[in-house]
Design a protein around this ligand. Structure first.
Ligand SMILES: [Fe+2]
Length: 510
């Protein structure tokens, strides 16, 4: 019958089969699993006795059998490789049109290759605009491929192609370094990036350590796998709620490597990477949080990280410099008994202290050689620019003020306000010393590195005048104890040896 009005049972079968293709391929961890899911779903159709997937091999101009369901071994051998350009496969593999062959004898001499099957349908599988293969189904009986078949089978091919495309691009994505990789790796928050369907694309070092993910292939997991089994529905609902409102945090448990439940405050938001929509999920442990109204540092961290990302594109050294300054500042603060709460603020401020450089043209920022006084004046606006950027974020710490003060010196010789000792906050005094130490120990595009010893000499020389003596003492102690990150630039002494220290303006561009 021409119109092939679907009867209910057949209609349901087709619906179920396509539903099975969609859910099976969407949750597949890799291409093979997606193909197997599609073939398995096709086999649930009553008139389909076998299914197969041929993969296009451009090098040989052939499509080679990759996965089968119930295809007899001799057919696998005979039908194992198709010539792409030969009719009728040309229609599928070049023109990307499905073919439905009711009577296998129409294949001509090729008919013997698929005996004992009497009919076959073959569907193109296109991933990211590339033909990657053909999905084929076989019937032992001569079969009039129905109107529903002609709708559902190509749809199965399209779903499989979409899944293969997604998996390939997820793999490419997770192999790339995120632009914020270093920065996110340096924070204490547990940070992950997930594809729109929840599959994990990247986790940071803190998350890997806390959840014991070393050696675990998290590419095969979704973010829900990181929650205890009994609370995944709750986690999914909470995360969906956060995405809907686009703000706030949820209190959720994560599953630690030894099965313990780790209470975290999670925030999540949409972002883009390589033109694809991804989820950024940040969790902060609630243990040790002493004051409930200290604000949401996860959300804050994300907002500020976005700003830093912009700065990093502008000046690629800023992010790594800031990370190391945060490291040194944390070590110093440890020696000075700075409270845990103030330390958290200092770490954030240190990570962001040069974000205002985004306001300065890169050609000035990165140009080797001495700067003109006009250029220096321009560069010296960065603490104010940074402080203005950070002021926009609602933060529980005086980040804007710390950033504004990071170039102030005790004797009033600093900038932008020429503050004197009593007016400079403790965090800014620590940050100033950490900043000078790191900036001198690492190479920059416009100059080589000094040695750690030279950096310490500068600090010692300025102790009590430019720099807080207690902070300088703390750095010296750290040095004596071998706690300072010594080789901060790769090979500072080699670069430092190329030019006498005295001739270099050491700190004009910290
Ligand atoms: Fe700076």
């Amino acid at each position: 019958m021409e119109q092939d009005v679907p009867t209910t049972p057949v209609g349901n079968r087709h619906l179920l089969a396509i539903d099975q293709v969609i859910s099976g391929t969407a949750g597949a961890p890799d291409e093979t699993a997606a193909i197997v899911a599609a073939l398995t779903a096709m086999r649930t159709l009553p008139h389909v006795d076998a299914a197969a997937f041929h993969e296009v091999d451009r090098a040989t101009g052939r499509a080679v059998l990759r996965c089968v369901q119930d295809l007899p071994p001799d057919v696998r051998t005979r039908f194992g490789a198709l010539t792409i350009a030969a009719a009728p496969f040309h229609n599928v593999l070049v023109q990307r049109q499905p073919i439905f062959i009711d009577d296998i004898r129409l294949l001509g001499p090729g008919a013997e290759a698929v005996a004992p099957f009497a009919s076959l349908a073959m569907l193109p599988v296109v991933a990211s605009d590339d033909i990657v293969g053909a999905l084929s189904v076989y019937s032992l009986r001569g079969h009039d491929w129905s109107h529903e078949d002609q709708l559902v089978l190509p749809a199965a091919g399209r779903e499989l192609g979409a899944a293969i495309g997604r998996l390939a691009s997820d793999r490419a994505l997770s192999d790339r370094r995120l632009p914020l990789h270093d920065l996110f790796d340096s924070v204490d928050e547990l940070f992950m990036v997930a594809a729109a369907d929840g599959r994990i694309l990247w986790v940071n070092g803190a998350m890997e350590r806390r959840l014991g993910l070393g050696g675990v292939d998290w590419h095969r997991m979704t973010f829900l796998d990181f929650h205890p089994a009994g609370r995944r529905i709750e986690a999914a609902a909470a995360i969906a709620g956060l995405l809907e409102t686009g703000e706030g945090t949820a209190h959720l448990p994560l599953l630690g490597h030894d099965g313990e439940e780790i209470e975290v405050e999670t925030s999540v938001r949409w972002g883009t990477w390589d033109g694809r929509r991804v989820l950024f999920i940040v969790s902060r442990e609630r243990v040790g949080r002493r004051n409930g109204d200290r604000g949401d540092t996860s959300v804050l961290q994300m907002a500020l990280d976005t700003v830093t990302a912009v700065a990093q594109f502008h000046d690629p050294t800023t992010a790594s410099h800031s990370r190391r300054v945060a490291e040194v500042a944390t070590l110093i603060a440890g020696r000075l008994d700075l409270s845990e709460d103030r330390l958290a603020g200092l770490r954030l401020a240190a990570g962001l202290h040069d974000v205002g450089k985004v306001a300065i043209p890169a050609e000035v920022l990165l140009r080797p050689g001495r700067l003109s006084s006009a250029e220096l004046t321009l560069i010296r606006t960065h603490p104010e620019a940074g402080s203005r950027i950070v002021r926009e974020a609602s933060t529980p710490w005086p980040l804007a003020e710390i950033i504004l003060q990071h170039h102030e010196r005790l004797d009033g010789s600093g900038y932008p306000r020429g503050l004197r000792a009593a007016d400079i906050c403790p965090e800014a005094r620590i940050l100033a010393v950490a900043d000078v130490f790191e900036a001198m120990s690492a190479a920059r595009p416009y100059r080589g590195a000094h040695t750690v010893e030279e950096a310490l000499h500068e600090l010692r020389a300025g102790s009590g005048r430019r720099y807080d003596p207690d902070v300088v003492d703390a750095v010296e102690e750290l040095d004596r104890d071998g706690r300072l990150p010594g080789d901060m630039s790769g090979s500072p002494s080699a670069i430092a040896g190329t030019e006498p220290t005295a001739r270099r303006p050491p700190l004009d561009r910290v």
